[in-house]
Ligand binder design. Structure first.
Ligand code: NAD
Length: 294
């Protein structure tokens, strides 16, 4: 608690009174959060949402930062549609995928460019202890004030190449979301009694059910776009389905030995992470249990 209030104190110390920030998609879920952050830091914030393009020229010519926060499917066309920006203006985006938007921004603008991926949703009230991935584009020294502000708002910044980001997100987001989606869709098709599953689940499975269920409380469009953004991911997902099918076949044929062999092989792959995940999750559950939330 002390740490959080310290971070809130720091957040109050961000002064951007001399900056003009254009947020493209500023009326959207995540856009609004950043409008709020920049406004409270004293920046002049101009929102360029889908019916505001007649102001694009006028807004952009005074901008110190143009931040793109539109649906993934529109990101590339929106970047291309931007008028030319002042040479020192930062062009940045918040898109959940990074390689294509970063390339589009570098092609659009010859000044400072950085790709950002906030690893949190729009319901986040503050950035305290949150993570933002930053993918370097161009002129790092000129976009430092942006990264410094995000850090002062309490977030950690992790620098990563766009390619490494997208590769990791294939598992962190794409595989995770598809698994949750199919899990949820299967529960629905089988008409499983959710209340009963909840009542009969141990805390860790209740957590899993929550992880699946919370997907359906969020934006379908965002998840569809994340799943569709990188054609390469489809091949990886196809391998996942084949593996699923193969394991099921083993079980169908009662080949327990092979199942046990595979289990050992995966245990070796996880190595010390397996023990660490067991003890970390136990600690998490104990803490949650103490506060009677789970
Ligand atoms: P959203 O649909 O809530 O908001 C998008 C906004 O963009 C809307 O206000 C919409 O009117 C506007 N828009 C659409 N087309 C436009 C156009 N041509 N010109 C200008 N504005 C236009 O979406 P969101 O959830 O806020 O996501 C925005 C971005 O943030 C996406 O790139 C997404 O990947 C990224 N992101 C979202 C989350 C999340 O959890 N929501 C988390 C991390 C990153």
């Amino acid at each position: 608690i002390i740490r959080e209030s310290y971070q809130q104190q720091q957040a109050a110390d961000v002064h951007l009174n001399d900056k003009t920030v254009v947020i493209v998609g500023g009326n959207g879920a995540l856009g609004q959060l950043f409008v709020r952050l920049f406004s409270s830091a004293g920046a002049k914030v101009l929102i360029l949402d889908k019916d505001d393009w007649q102001h694009a020229e006028h807004f952009c010519e005074q901008a110190d930062l143009v931040l793109i926060s539109v649906p993934i499917a529109h990101t590339l066309t929106v970047i291309e549609a931007l008028p030319s920006l002042p040479p020192g203006c930062i062009l940045a985006d918040l898109t959940s995928v990074k390689r294509q938007p970063l390339n589009a921004m570098l092609a659009k603008h010859s000044g400072p460019v950085v790709g950002l991926h906030p690893m949190f949703g729009p319901k986040q009230v503050t950035l305290a202890k949150q993570l933002v991935v930053a993918c370097h584009g161009r002129d790092e020294d000129q976009y430092q004030w942006l990264l410094a502000s995000i850090e002062r708002w309490g977030a950690h910044i992790k620098a990563l190449t766009a390619a490494a980001h997208d590769q990791a997100m294939a598992f962190v987001q794409v595989l995770r979301h598809l698994s949750s989606f199919v899990y949820g869709s299967h529960l629905a098709a089988e008409q499983a009694d959710l209340q009963q599953l909840l009542d009969l689940s141990s805390p860790i499975y209740r957590l899993e059910l929550m992880m699946v269920g919370r997907l359906f409380a969020q934006d379908a469009e965002l998840y569809a776009d994340i799943l569709l953004a990188e054609p390469n991911n489809i091949a990886m997902l196809r391998r996942y389905v084949q593996r699923f099918e193969m394991e099921l076949k083993r079980l169908e044929q009662g080949r327990k030995d092979e199942f046990l062999q595979e289990f050992t092989r995966v245990r070796e792959y996880f190595g010390e992470f397996a023990e660490r995940f067991l003890s970390d999750s136990q600690r998490l559950l104990d803490t949650a249990g103490d506060s009677h939330q789970i």
